[in-house]
Design a protein around this ligand. Structure first.
Ligand code: HAS
Length: 551
């Protein structure tokens, strides 16, 4: 059974809402940049006032990939813990510190990008150099998120002390896993920023070890995508079943999936560097094998989430093979948006498996196929689930209601997003397969024959991007309504219960020492020797390149 749920005080709601405000401001700014990018790449539009394509591309990636996600996730996770294990006044105060540190870091990094001093994209690959304020801003965002992580750990610890012998609430367990993964992973990027980038950008170091900096980035960069995905999985496992009138499929299976994601999401960064010279192929092979291991918990999720839908329908008396599908709440946007996210993850995940396969990676790496892949996974699966959460979380926090009219607008928003993304991401996948590059502005490449085959797909991306931007405006409108204008009322915070006759969750699933121990052992195994290799045999470091080159 689900243990007692806490209700939110006004003070608490204010903190969680602050994270939501930053999320939706980011959605608007980042989305606008995305629209402009697709216009530029269509070849029919030039940016005004000499604004550089790579400046807006960096704003887009940093604001949507790093800022929006981190703020939404930390705010949502705070609310999950507040609901299931509670939060003390002191913890709340430290929660505010984390918010402000993250916000100051975000503002610093954003201004630096906007004034054209950090056109280095969200991966900030060396030897492109940004102004030190960009790296310091990013470091602050990470430090702020660590503060949030330690508040979260403390929240669960205090609850456990007061509930000796009880298993932790499933959602609190899941948040803890996500934050452990985040802290371990972000150590890599913190080291890279503090030890390599900041001294180099300040001019204290003349050169930078390019391969080492990229390897540290991807040590962080892959778990980063699971940091985005896991909150969506939290909703799929423990919230959506409530919305379809069902129960949690299996508490033990959900915990095991999260543990496997913790263990296997970090030692796999080399699958982003398969074409990178200087890394021994044996270690690339080992990390590819580990990548295939991290697919398993997602397949567990796919079957069990679908299973929970079927069980809900069967309980209501639907006996035919697929009759229960009709019973799903198709007209409830809290369900529809995440559901479409799930469906998108089927091709999105399949694309990931293609990327991870070394030979096929050679075909798609650095093509716009990869951009198509992460617009399906991150910008559809994850973001549509986040929108689905917003429809009940925001009114719950503001003491308002999702009215039938707003629900209807939400359904329209979901379909607009789906159509826009189908067109944009589909065109990106196809253009990638015929060689279209990613991370690049419009070019006719001196009139190459192959280049002529790309243009229609680039125009299709602009069409998809425009439809998506309409979706963004609608989503921001719904958010403003839910925050300030929707009628006052009570909106449920939906958390599903376990089956009454569910088997007991084994105690060892909460053996943190064991799971963190295995995670660290796997990381040491996958990274120690190649890291020593990279440091010992690295070519001469690179001096900085400032954008535009030659500046
Ligand atoms: Fe990825 C590149 C491999 C998942 C995001 N990925 C990226 C980049 C991003 C990203 C942002 O191996 C670009 C980074 C850059 O800037 O360079 N990815 C994978 C693999 C997975 C995967 C193996 N990626 C994600 C997720 C992301 C994400 C999730 C964001 C949220 N990815 C790669 C590789 C690269 C890469 C290489 C580097 C490429 C290169 O060369 O640069 C796996 O985790 C995927 C497993 C998923 C599944 C699907 C399970 C399906 C489910 C849905 C169930 C549906 C239901 C509904 C219940 C096996 C859970 C049923 C309803 C019905 C009607 C049937």
């Amino acid at each position: 059974m689900t243990s007692k749920l806490f209700s939110f005080s006004k003070k608490e709601s204010r903190l969680y809402m602050s994270f939501m405000y930053v999320t939706f401001i980011s959605l608007f700014i980042g989305g606008l940049m995305g629209l402009l990018q697709t216009f530029v790449r269509s070849g029919k539009y030039t940016l005004p006032f000499g604004i550089d394509y790579y400046t807006i591309l960096t704003v887009h990636g940093v604001i949507l990939g790093l800022v929006l996600t981190t703020f939404f996730i930390i705010g949502f996770q705070f609310s999950l813990l507040g609901k299931t294990v509670g939060i003390s006044d002191k913890q709340l105060m430290v929660g505010w510190i984390s918010f402000w540190v993250m916000l100051i870091g975000t503002v610093m990094a954003s201004i630096t990008i906007l004034v054209g001093q950090a056109s280095v994209l969200y991966t900030f690959y060396a030897p492109l150099r940004a102004h030190p304020a960009f790296y310091i801003g990013l470091a602050l965002v990470i430090v702020g998120s660590w503060i949030a992580a330690f508040v979260n750990f403390r929240q669960l610890y205090v609850w456990k002390k007061a509930h000796k012998g009880e298993k932790s609430p499933l959602l609190a367990f899941m948040v803890t896993i996500n934050m452990i993964m985040w802290v371990i992973a972000s150590l890599g990027v913190a080291v890279s920023v503090l030890v390599l980038f900041i001294p180099w950008s300040l001019g204290y170091a003349e050169t930078i070890n390019v391969l080492l900096s990229r390897t540290l980035f991807w040590y962080f960069g892959h778990p980063l995508v699971y940091f985005w995905l896991l909150p969506a999985y939290m909703a799929w496992y423990a919230i959506i079943p409530k919305l379809v009138g069902g129960k949690i499929f299996s508490d033990s299976l959900a915990r095991l999936a999260f543990i496997l994601l913790l263990m296997f999401s970090i030692p796999v960064g080399f699958h982003h560097q398969l074409t990178e010279p200087g890394i021994d192929p044996t270690w690339k092979f080992i990390q590819v094998v580990l990548t295939f291991m991290v697919i398993i918990p997602s397949l567990m999720t796919a079957f069990s989430v679908f299973g929970s839908f079927e069980a809900a329908g069967r309980r209501k008396g639907f006996t035919s093979l697929f009759g229960w599908i009709k019973n799903l709440p198709w007209k409830d946007v809290r369900f529809l948006a995440p559901f479409i996210g799930m469906v998108a993850f089927i091709p999105g995940g399949a694309g990931g498996i293609i990327n991870a396969s070394h030979q096929m990676n050679a075909l798609v790496h650095n093509t716009i196929w990869i951009t198509g892949h992460f617009h399906l996974t991150a910008a559809t699966t994850v973001i549509l689930t986040f929108f689905g959460i917003t429809y009940w979380l925001v009114p719950h926090l503001t003491g308002r209601r999702l009215t039938p009219k707003l629900n209807k607008l939400g359904l329209i928003q979901t379909w607009i997003w789906t159509i826009g993304m189908l067109i944009m991401s589909g065109a990106m996948h196809i253009q990638g397969l015929i060689g279209g590059p990613r991370r690049s502005s419009f070019s006719e490449y001196a009139g190459g024959e192959q280049v002529a085959t790309w243009i229609n797909y680039q125009i299709a991306q602009a069409v998809g991007g425009t439809i998506l931007f309409v979706g963004i405006i609608l989503m921001v409108y719904i958010f403003i309504q839910l925050s300030f204008f929707a009628p006052k009322g009570v909106q449920e915070y939906p958390i599903a219960e376990e089956e009454p006759d569910a088997e007991k969750t084994p105690k060892f699933l909460e053996n943190w020492y064991l799971w963190i121990g295995i995670t660290i052992a796997l990381i040491l195994f996958a990274y120690t020797i190649p890291m020593i290799d990279i440091i010992k045999h690295s070519p001469p470091g690179s001096p900085p390149f400032d954008w535009p080159i030659g500046k």
